[in-house]
Write a protein that binds this ligand. Sequence first.
Ligand code: PMP
Ligand code: GLN
Length: 377
Amino acid sequence: ISSKLPQVGTTIFTEMSALAQQHGAVNLSQGFPDFEPDPALIEAVAKAMRDGHNQYAPMPGWMPLRERIADKMKLRYGVAYNPDTEITITAGATQALCTAIAATVREGDEVIVFTPAYDAYAPLIELFGGTPVYVKLNYPDYHIDWDQLQHMISHKTRMIVLNNPHNPTGAVLKAEDLDRLEKIVNNSNILLLADEVYEHITFDGISHQSLTSRPALAERTLAVYSFGKTFHVTGWKLGYVLAPENLMTEFRKVHQFNVFSVHRPQQVALAEYLDSDSKWDVGSMYQAKRDEFLELMKGSRFEALPTHGSYFVLMDYSAISDEHDVDFARRLTIEHGVASIPVSVFYNVPTHNKVLRFCFAKNSETLQAGSKILKAL
Ligand code: PMP
Ligand code: GLN
């Protein structure tokens, strides 16, 4: 058949995790924790199932869970999202991204994507007839050049995708970045797709600058989140989306037909589990993991680039090898036994930076085993 996405293969995450498994390598590639969630959360799911929460959840999600999300938004950002009309529970952030793009992007629309970019954005934009327009983040701190963004905006620009904290680089937006963004989108019809799945994972006292916290941005923003990332349950595929009512109405028109509703027992369990705001606080735990990994890597020939959020750190390996990052990452997995993600796959054009992404959302034993091998290179 003639493919709708001829240029798309299997994702790098599937490829590298499979290669890691095949060669028994320490897997610091695909972003998922190798430790278990709070046992109380598991027990709450079992209880929800025993209590008979085994049939469809309401289409927009289990109301008490939507209420807990609204509470958090009020408390942390001082913003009011109506759980009835402005919050929808999704099958992970991935389904939220897909549905948001399906509901808003039309044939011929341009959507701005910053590179390196999480791999889902461009194929989804293309699937629904849009054209990704790429703006490169500036190495090595991967900040946005707002003047360049301004130049790339045209009358066809329908949406800008902003991933903050940023995968794969760990860069975070500052208040001044949101100021610039406000000026750029002011008086336009441009929508914003905020991928804030690492909202709760920021380091060194940095507070997350959510697009939802600025009324002038929130009025045009669909914001996407992931319970998987926050509560170490990526396998649950549970997330949510926030948007003003007019955008959420369009979102739900698609949501009700591509999934209708999502896993009820986990929603019931999370609503009960989130009995205090502090349950969302996972940043310090991940900061300790980042610091542990960086400490372990001291004395290696990899050079860590700064990471301010997410559970990833980029490492420059130019002191070790001249190989292309895809070749180097494969060889590192097969011959040395550590899997990582080559960063060039997150670009639309060839890039020659010698950088790999490592995930530090791992047990101490895993970080020790991985860094021991990496330090010997
Ligand atoms: N966006 C980003 C930036 C991610 O890193 C991920 C997952 N790692 C997702 C979206 C997808 O999240 P989920 O697993 O909840 O679908
Ligand atoms: N988002 C995760 C990562 O960046 C992986 C998710 C996936 O495998 N699609 O590694």
